[in-house]
Structure formats: C-alpha cells, structure tokens
Write a protein that binds this ligand. Structure first.
Ligand SMILES: [Zn+2]
Length: 184
C-alpha cells in the first residue's frame, strides 16, 4: 500500500483480457490465511466490474502464464504491499506482493478488510494506476500523511460479515474514471 517508485507504473497493460494467478497460502510464515486467495480474486473481480466491460480477468493455474501474479509476502515493517512490473509474452504485467499480517488488533473482519484493500490497491498498480493524494481513492498513498487506521476503519464499518466485501468494491468514482481513461 505504501510506495514503490511511481514511474514504474506509467503505463497501461495493452490487453483487454488479462490472466491472473494467486499464490495459495502455503507459507504460513507470511501470515496469510487460507481464505486470502479469495480476497485477491474479489479484488481482481472488483476491477473487472469497475471497467464496465473493458477488462476481463481470467484466473490461471500456471503463474508463468499470468499477467498479474499475486504473492503473499512478509517483511518490511509498515509496508502493506508492493508491485513490480514484468513483461509476459510481450504484454506488460506485474508481480504483486501483499503482506497479509498488517495489524488488525485481533479483529478478523478488519484483517480481511486490510488484505482486500491492499490487494485492490496493488492490483490497481498492476493495471497501470498511479498513486493519488485523495484520501477517498483506493490508489491514495499513505505518503500523503492520511489517517491510516481510519482509511481501513471506514471500510471496516461497512462490513458485518466477510461476504459484505463483495458488496463494497472499495474504489472511488475517481479511481474508476482513471481506470476507464486507461482502457477505454
Ligand atoms: Zn501503492
């Protein structure tokens, strides 16, 4: 969620159908849970819905064939995730790293909210979206100094169950407009 060098993302992926792969949670040291793969899928599906038909995502079992590759990572304190651009068969894609162990103070729904929103933010980068300074945006960067607990907390308050995540995509209208500007 925090930062990677912004200029890495000054492109749009040149394809209307993108393949994605999500790492199974088989490295407990990362702090991932078995259901986290589903949260990553929901994030990708949320972008597909936001694209109003311009983008289609296809899940694949072979990581090497995927344009967007989601990994569960652990490591740097205070870092929610990061994204690195790659080329897949001549098409730009990205490897996304999500750190699923960020603090939720024992609140399972808050944890899922953080993992989901981090997946949404990082896959947004994978689609070519850059950071913004608007707190309402999923592409907002914490480097602008916003209230991080409130950033996740406002989304958490929308949820009474994990399934509610599917009802609340998490991006702003401005995020959607920027996505459409890239792909229309
Ligand atoms: Zn970011």
């Amino acid at each position: 969620m925090k930062i990677l060098v912004g200029l890495l993302f000054c492109y749009a992926i040149q394809a209307a159908t993108l393949r994605y792969w999500v790492e199974p949670c088989d490295k407990p040291a990362s702090g991932c849970h078995a259901g986290d793969s589903e949260l990553a899928e929901w994030a990708v599906q949320a972008w597909q819905a936001a694209s109003a038909g311009e983008l289609t995502f296809e899940k694949v079992a072979d990581e090497q064939k995927a344009h967007i590759r989601v990994h569960w990572a652990n490591g740097n304190q205070g870092l929610y995730g990061e994204t690195e651009p790659i080329l897949v068969e001549g098409v730009r894609g990205a490897v996304v790293y999500v750190l699923p162990a960020a603090g939720a103070n024992g609140d399972a729904l808050m944890r899922d909210a953080i993992v989901y929103l981090t997946c949404l933010h990082e896959t947004g980068h994978a689609l070519g979206l850059a950071h913004t300074a608007a707190f309402a945006d999923i592409m907002y960067s914490f480097t602008y100094g916003g209230d991080i607990p409130e950033y996740f907390g406002r989304y958490r308050r929308l949820l009474t169950s994990r399934a509610d995540i599917r009802k609340h995509p998490g991006m702003s209208d401005a995020d959607r407009q920027r996505l459409m500007a890239l792909y229309r």
